[in-house]
Write a protein that binds this ligand. Structure first.
Ligand code: MLT
Length: 404
């Protein structure tokens, strides 16, 4: 008789954003007259930039003509896109990355989950706490996290690096040495980040200890301060210890069209084995590439108009972030983030738990946010709001929150 992957049975509840979606749907069904505003999941609301849409239209027409039709995409993704990435995301930032180190994908969420395929089950992972749940859940599915300890809301075989107010939401080097370190800066969910010098310490630590860093830079477009790295490869030595995940979702609004990429440097080797080759083998076998039309759309993000238009979108969301931050602060809330990231991390008032505050927000303000404890035990007592809403809705939501 067949057997299932029992690791799935260890997972507590459903995926965080599915749980929230279910609760919100139930509330709306029971209260059809209520206008619920979502500042919950980090999903964009602004339409794709005109330069991106034009490129898509053109690519659609190409697909309809025999001479220009495209079938399967090349394994690593189209060279036109990988070249644009190398030039704009790396060369222009003095970071060395080559085109055959870039693997185009359907987004950073899948890559962050799939990357575990090339690592042994026996690795010990370290994660920030709170953390984007995909890193932990996918390691749990692979059997790498031990057992879930309900009372602690933690996995028995995971190193948690608390990111709390006291350490400016920056992880500290853990006592126990991990094999795989997940870092996400600017951070989801806390909206905080670390300086390039601090990131350099992690790179040095990983190289000294034979650890690999999975660096999620999905929110780099939101960096507004100078001393922060947009890519881990701006740090010396990162090519021998880091894999970087990037996304077109947040910088260019591709959440619905799906596009991202992963960088695996050829210098990254485990006892002589190239991780670039392993990832190429994994992707070649399990993935057939992002659609041509979407890769052309991605290329357009790097055109002059594309850069200008997507910069305007980022500025639009960051204006929301500013409004949320300033308004809630003046209303007496303790707020963090929102300066280099599209997330605002606020302390729940009156010692409410994150889920209690979620209910208050939904029932009394008709605003959806994300309970901090859903991201890990150190998120308890916090609440995340996203700046990805429409401006008018964001203003309305903040007014309602102030009147709770
Ligand atoms: C979030 O809300 O944390 C993000 O939208 C999740 C994601 O990008 O997958």
């Amino acid at each position: 008789m067949y057997k299932i992957n029992e690791n799935y049975l260890k997972l507590p509840g459903s995926y965080l954003f599915s749980t929230i979606g279910k609760k919100v749907r139930a509330y709306k069904e029971a209260n059809p007259d209520k206008d619920v505003i979502s500042l919950g999941i980090g999903d964009v609301t602004q339409p794709l930039a005109p330069a991106v849409i034009n490129a898509m239209h053109k690519a659609v027409d190409e697909m309809g003509k025999k001479e220009t039709f495209k079938g399967y995409a090349p394994d690593l993704g189209y060279e036109f896109l990988r070249k644009a990435i190398v030039l704009n995301d790396y060369k222009n930032r003095n970071a060395f990355v080559e085109t055959d180190e870039i693997f185009i994908s359907d987004g950073a969420k899948s890559d962050s989950g799939n990357i575990g395929d090339i690592f042994s089950k026996d690795n010990k992972i370290a994660v920030c706490d709170p953390v984007y749940p995909v890193y932990v859940d996918t390691n749990a599915m692979a059997g790498r996290t031990g057992d879930y300890l309900e009372d602690k809301q933690k996995w028995s075989n995971v190193i948690y690096m608390p990111c709390v107010k006291e350490n400016n939401f920056a992880p500290e080097i853990p006592e126990e040495t991990p094999d795989i370190i997940y870092l996400c800066f600017p951070n989801n969910p806390t909206g905080s980040t670390i300086t390039k010098d601090e990131l350099q310490k992690w790179v040095d630590y990983a190289n000294e200890n034979g650890a690999v860093i999975i660096y999620d830079a999905a929110y780099e477009a939101y960096i507004s301060e100078d001393n922060i790295a947009h890519s881990i490869y701006e740090c010396e030595g990162a090519r021998t210890c880091a894999i970087e995940l990037r996304s077109f979702s947040k910088n260019a609004g591709f959440t619905g069209t799906r596009l991202g990429f992963t960088v695996v440097p050829k210098d990254l080797k485990c006892e002589g084995v190239s991780l670039n080759s392993l990832w190429a083998r994994r992707q070649g076998t399990k993935f057939n590439g992002a659609p041509y039309i979407i890769q052309r759309a991605g290329e357009a993000v790097y055109s002059e108009e594309g850069k200008r238009e997507t910069r305007e979108q980022v500025a639009y969301y960051m204006n929301n972030a500013r409004v949320i931050r300033e308004e809630l602060k003046s209303a007496g809330y303790t707020v963090f983030g929102g300066v280099n990231a599209p997330y605002i991390w606020l302390k729940t008032p009156d010692n409410m738990t994150s889920w209690e505050f979620f209910d208050v927000m939904l029932n009394r303000a008709n605003v959806v946010g994300t309970p901090g404890s859903g991201f890990g035990p150190s998120g308890e007592g916090y609440f995340r709001l996203t700046a990805f809403g429409e401006y008018e809705n964001t203003i309305k939501a903040i007014e309602r929150i102030k009147n709770i």
